[in-house]
Design a protein around this ligand. Structure first.
Ligand code: TYD
Length: 138
């Protein structure tokens, strides 16, 4: 899973409050085409549970915390995100689930493309076939 990584963001510390920012292509390795965010998650719920064929994502816990569980077919890794000044880069063809949301978690997802239901892989068997064909390390 060598392409998956935590990326630290700029943090401008100020007595008036801190500021962080993200520029597409600079802090994340793709142009940002879309932002969406997840919030008001009831206790114990999980989101995700799919992969993308071509989409790149960057996930930031802007408030609160969550766990992102990634599986590239070779390895499973769990990342706890709990600060707003770093995020997790997830390339295509990685199965990803989001769970253990804290109360009041606000999770920002930046994506490389517009919403496209056809880009989702929701069937684990199809995912297995796709990564076998790709033959690579995510
Ligand atoms: P989905 O990505 O399936 O959420 P999760 O993976 O957490 O289950 O999205 C849930 C619904 O929201 C689905 O009907 C599609 C819609 N949606 C959009 O319309 N635009 C978006 O950018 C996203 C991410 C989802």
């Amino acid at each position: 899973m060598s392409r998956v990584r935590i990326i630290n963001l700029p943090k401008i510390q100020d007595l008036r409050g801190n500021l962080s920012f993200i520029e597409g292509g600079a802090h994340v390795p793709f142009p940002i085409a879309r932002a969406y965010w997840i919030y008001d998650v009831p206790g114990g719920e999980a989101r995700g549970g799919h992969a993308y064929r071509t989409l790149h994502e960057f996930i930031v816990a802007v408030a609160g915390s969550l766990d992102v569980v990634l599986d590239d077919g070779c390895e499973v890794r769990r990342y706890t995100l709990n600060r707003s000044y770093y995020g997790l880069y997830v390339p295509p063809l990685v199965w990803r689930s989001m769970e253990n949301f804290s109360t009041n978690a606000l999770v920002l997802n930046l994506a490389s493309g517009p919403y496209d239901a056809e880009d989702y892989v929701r069937d684990p068997a199809e995912f297995g076939a796709l990564i076998a064909r790709a033959g690579g390390d995510a």
